[in-house]
Write a protein that binds this ligand. Structure first.
Ligand code: CAO
Length: 262
């Protein structure tokens, strides 16, 4: 009897794309006045102050493929120690390590605009989206913390921020900031400085995109955009670009980060 052709096994269906989070529509039947308070009140004041600073922007893309390959492993290792692991601690540690090369980006100017104060602690502010609005607590002394210790500190700060219980100590003394808007979406942004610090970076969504490898072949890469803003009174574009290159280098080649870790 004729034999039936052997069909190739069916490829398992790819997982469905995540449904974008969409807030329930709020119908406002008539004008409503609401007192500006809480985190929004702070945002009004800080951003108003920020407006007096001449900002410039600098953007680049970072190939996160190596780190993306390590993510599952790192997540499992951290989970065994009871901590949820994301990219954030790496982004923060890489920034701190790059700040050692460009301490001017971790400096502030005194009120009279006569002196530059180079801050010894790398207190990296992290923009957090909470039910009550934007808040920027900082992870203190990141220059002395391991990537895992930064993850622990984020795990302490995040629930405090979401429940509106964050204290002044966690909010004050920011010397440099990162804002991971990519957790919500978007690629490039135009972040606004948090005075008196002189630089901030907005992290875009990591996307799977085609890129050329060193042999000229097209490969699937995990690409993340970074948008820096800096205070042009103290920082010039070349300094920002050189700092960004070091930060990017650590993230693209995590082994180089291990070499420089103290
Ligand atoms: N691109 C793609 N995926 C990302 C990502 C990015 N840029 N950043 C984080 N993710 C992933 C994480 O790895 C995690 O994935 P898994 O669940 O598979 O591990 C998931 O998204 C959720 O991450 P998270 O939000 O729980 O944690 P985080 O440490 O990455 O970020 C925080 C923490 C506080 C930065 C974030 O929750 C947040 O609030 N972001 C918004 C910041 C903001 O509002 N900025 C604007 C300020 S100006 O108005």
């Amino acid at each position: 009897p004729p034999t039936l052709p052997v069909l190739p096994p069916k490829a398992s269906p790819s997982p469905p794309a995540p449904v974008p989070v969409r807030a329930a529509p709020i119908v406002i039947g008539q004008d409503r006045t609401e007192k500006i308070k809480g985190y929004t009140r702070t945002m009004v004041k800080t951003m108003q102050e920020s407006l007096s600073i001449p900002h410039f922007g600098y953007c680049d893309e970072v190939d996160m493929t190596e780190l993306a390959h390590q993510k599952a492993n790192l997540k499992e290792l951290a989970a065994r120690r009871g901590i949820k692991f994301t990219y954030m601690p790496f982004l923060i540690k890489a920034a701190s390590m790059a700040l050692h090369h460009y301490p001017i980006l971790n400096a502030i100017m005194d009120d009279k605009q006569e002196n530059i104060i180079y801050k010894a602690s790398h207190n990296i502010g992290i923009a957090m989206d909470t039910p009550d609005g934007l808040i920027v607590p900082n992870v203190k002394n990141t220059q002395a913390l391991s990537v895992f210790e930064i993850a622990i500190e984020l795990a302490r700060l995040q629930p405090l921020a979401s429940s509106g219980k964050i204290g002044t100590a966690d909010l004050s003394g920011t010397t440099f900031s990162l804002s991971n808007i990519g957790t919500i979406g978007g690629t490039y942004a135009k972040p606004v400085l948090i005075p008196p610090s002189v630089a901030i970076g907005a992290i875009g969504k990591i996307q799977s995109l085609p890129r050329f490898d060193e042999n000229g072949s097209v490969v699937k890469a995990h690409i993340m955009n970074i948008s820096w803003s800096a205070d042009h009174r103290l920082i010039d574009g070349a300094t920002m670009a050189r700092f960004s290159n070091i930060w990017k280098g650590y993230l693209e080649n995590p082994a180089s980060m291990i070499l420089d870790l103290k």
